[in-house]
Write a protein that binds this ligand. Sequence first.
Ligand code: GCO
Length: 472
Amino acid sequence: MASRKPCEELCLVHPGYHTGMGGTTFPDGFAWGVATSAFQIEGGWQEGGKGLSVWDVATERTGFVKDGSNARVACDHFNRLEEDAELIAGMGLNAYRFSISWPRVLPEGVGAVSLEGLGFYDRLVDALLARGIQPFATLFHWDYPYDLFKRGGWLAADSPAWFAEHASVVVDRLSDRVSNWITFNEPQCFLGDGHLSGVHAPFVQLGWRAFFEAQRNALLGHGLACQAIRQRALREPLVSIATCAAAGIPATSDAADVAAASKWGLEIQQLAAWHGGLYLDPILRGVWPTCDGRPVGEEFIEVSEVDLATMNQRLDYLGLNYYTSPRVRAGRGGVAEELPYEESWPRSAFGWPINPEGLYWATKFYYERYGSPVMVTENGIWLDDKLADGRVDDPERIEFIRSHLLQIRRALADGLPVLGYLHWTLMDNFEWAEGFRPRFGLVSCDHATQRRVPKTSAAWFAEVARTNGATL
Ligand code: GCO
């Protein structure tokens, strides 16, 4: 077992967090970093013995991706990891969240391991550590092995064990150097968008019964993976999940609106895949969520106490991915009601309303409900920024980050434990069904030449990180 305590690395268990330290600064050991995912940047889609994922297959078929592009090469990170580690180091960041491509390490999803695939992550971890950057490894960020999909995917009874096998293989190889493990990225998306609305791979619309089966299996997979990590890790692990921060923003400071906003997204009023409570109630409280006193989805699924005990594994912190949230007011009987944003409200190029206050409220509501310290595992903005005369000026991104960091500072001042801020994302990349048009990066990436150019925001963020937020 590990000899070093996790707090010696990133101070993730800083004593001040639990004593209402607050103040106007960021705590020592605060994680300043960027986040990416394998499918969006790696490319190398058939290099090193990699198997196909459902996203590889979907992007080869027409009609699924708006600009008709695919991620065969993406940012070619598979062949440029040193250069990209250098970009992160160039910003002076102390944390990098990346995901492990499951079919790169297990080409068929289970069974034979690709040593070349594992070797890639080995080299990535070494490149990060050599530059003083803590790796945060996400075990699954949506690129599900196609061979397992053909065997039923998340609907298969064996699927929890398949995911635990993947977790075990990766942990056995990397846990002598990696401490931070994130099981899933946004179960809302790969389950809801993937299996219900069908706007993400595997692009199927299977209805609620199948959704709940897939959801139960994924939560069991999360639980088994957590057990595997804790049993096998060579260094003391810090285990987490990154979930969409579905939280309401109180429309006014009125207590009734605050109470309504705290329910929105966490207490279930109607069936919707994005609900935080649908995933986190089983995971963090060991209970199945209810709606009007009845178990949610009871007409579709039954979850046993044994299942709940497997899903309910201790997490060291909760990862929140925050982009936007609705404003919420108390309707009749205190029911949470969305207050639509005006047409004139500032929005990202994705059309998402920009409302940094939601980050404060999400942190508060999730902490109050689940009691886990929070890590902001994603927050970012799609801007249509352009390279001109060799540079990219993106003042809107600077303002976006600044305003969100101020809300984290507000949360810290209220005594809420926020452990770090991982910006989405390092460089412009493949944005799923939107293709390459969205630009979310601190660094621009020309996908034809692979030339990387840090944007103005990269230098600004570097200075914020260097001063631990003092220059905000
Ligand atoms: C998500 C994913 C990222 C996206 C980002 C921008 O939250 O959807 O984690 O992969 O690229 O959020 O949409």
